[in-house]
Write a protein that binds this ligand. Structure first.
Ligand SMILES: Cc1ncc(COP(=O)(O)O)c(C=O)c1O
Length: 458
């Protein structure tokens, strides 16, 4: 990406020389200088050296409040003492076993208590694995091949869901059901051919997809709030239509709560009253360690049992359900009680209101979306209700805002997704809001008014 000229970029470069040198050196050993493609950005990423509580420190010694939270995973920040203590005790008793680890049962039972649609849970190592296994289970149960997903939905990086995140139809296009474009090179042809792509928050698109493809679909996979696709909540009647239409056509509904489990005590499905067949989880249920889980109603999960015969689906993985991840996850979820949820969601409201007040006071062409402990700023005229509008946002302003906030001690994701953690308090939110206001002031000073403002200041 070619960065626009701006004082923000110059300041970022000047403040992060050690990271810049590291990024250059790292490219000789690791393609692009880092293993995680999504963390890469222009002009270069700052590399983290240390993290404690809400704070991160990079190689140059810059301290930032972590509103990124490793893409929503670190709901208790870094190194929460209760989680550290639980993990430290477990480390002394082994990190991975040659026979099943009994420690997984506590976490499975806790998830069953929390999420009403869940009777059984299987653990693996990531959200990617959880979704991959849930899709297989749906194919085995239905004997069907195709799946459907929504525009902008991210469900990990396995083949059949690594399509349709980007290169979407234009906002104004009447097309609601389409063939998904690949989000990476190297996919098998089937990943495109076998996936039906549906516009998010569009009930008529859901009905059309089911009319055309319902009899061929094994599963519809959906996030009850688009995470990577823009932190865009589902409209309640849209989710209800998805449940009704999938049930009518005998299609398994997979609710991907890898991100959204953090938004309500019983997962976002509890907020909407959604009863999916399968639920996939990861991130917060690992307490900062790698984990994934596929869960669901007893009859759906029976596909993993011996009684499924030649339809039996296997959940594998050398480190699946390792005692460290499930111990950390159990400790993290114990801490995430209803009072913690209220605290987090209240901070989320404060952040959305604070950012909106800057938008209104300055007359910005911007909007804030989100729910509970997550939100995202968009450089768009209207509040986006799907990923098409997010894709159409001003990408220069997006990267400049990200860098401008980083210069002021605020770490967000590059696309602007923000996730709160329980050690935060109102002062951290107020720091974010004033850093945003100052970033906008710098952009105006820098000559960006015509792109930023709804109308010229009088
Ligand atoms: C909704 C959703 N599903 C699945 C995944 C994949 O999870 P993981 O990164 O643990 O493989 C993600 C990751 O961000 C996600 O946001």
């Amino acid at each position: 990406m070619i960065l626009p000229a701006s004082s923000i970029v110059r300041t970022f470069e000047a403040n992060n020389r050690t990271s810049q040198a590291h990024a250059q050196r790292a490219q000789a050993a690791v393609p692009t200088g880092m293993s995680r493609s999504l963390l890469r950005h222009s002009p270069f990423a700052s590399f983290t050296a240390d993290a404690k509580g809400v704070w991160t420190t990079d190689l140059d010694g810059n301290r930032r409040i972590d509103f990124h939270g490793n893409y929503a995973a670190l709901i208790h920040g870094h190194g929460h003492p209760v989680i550290l203590d639980a993990v430290t005790q477990q480390l002394a008793h082994g990190t991975a076993y040659s026979t099943p680890a009994g420690q997984e049962l506590r976490l499975a039972n806790h998830l069953k208590e929390r999420v009403s649609s869940i009777d059984r849970v299987l653990f693996n190592n990531s959200g990617t694995e959880a979704v991959l296994v849930a899709l297989r289970a749906a194919r085995a149960l239905t004997g069907r091949n195709r799946i459907a997903k929504f525009e902008g939905g991210y469900h990990g990086f396995s083949d059949f869901v690594m399509v349709g995140g980007h290169a979407l139809p234009p906002v104004s296009s009447p097309i609601g059901v389409s063939i998904a474009q690949p989000d990476t090179a190297g996919l098998p042809l089937a990943a495109q051919q076998d996936v039906v792509l549906i516009r998010y928050n569009d009930i008529s698109a859901v009905r059309e997809a089911m009319r055309r493809y319902g009899h061929e679909l094994a599963a519809v996979v959906i996030e009850p709030m688009l995470g990577s696709g823009g932190v865009i909540p589902a409209k309640p009647d849209f989710l209800a239509a998805v449940r009704e239409e999938t049930a009518k056509s005998g299609v398994m509904l997979i609710c991907d709560e890898v991100i959204t489990l953090r938004l309500a005590y019983g997962g976002l499905q509890s907020h909407y009253g959604l009863e999916p067949d399968f639920t996939t989880m990861a991130k917060i249920i690992g307490g900062g360690f790698p984990i994934g889980a596929v869960a669901g109603r007893a009859d759906a999960m029976s596909v993993f049992e011996d009684c499924a015969g030649d339809r039996q689906v296997f959940n594998l993985g050398t480190f699946s359900a390792n005692p460290v991840s499930v111990t950390a996850g159990y400790a993290a979820l114990q801490l995430l009680d209803p009072a913690a949820m209220t605290h987090l969601n209240g901070l989320g409201d404060r952040a959305r209101e604070g950012l909106q007040s800057v938008i209104d006071r300055r007359g910005l062409r911007a909007a804030v979306t989100g729910l509970g402990s997550m939100f995202q700023l968009h450089w768009t005229d209207q509040t986006p209700t799907d990923s098409r509008a997010v894709e159409a946002a001003d990408s220069d302003l997006k990267i400049l805002t990200f860098l401008g906030l980083a210069n002021r001690g605020i770490q967000t994701s590059m696309r602007g997704m923000c996730c709160l953690s329980t050690p935060m308090d109102p002062s951290h939110i107020d720091h974010l809001v004033s850093a945003f206001d100052d970033t906008v002031a710098e952009l105006i000073e820098d000559g960006w008014s015509s792109r930023l403002l709804r109308r010229s200041p009088s």
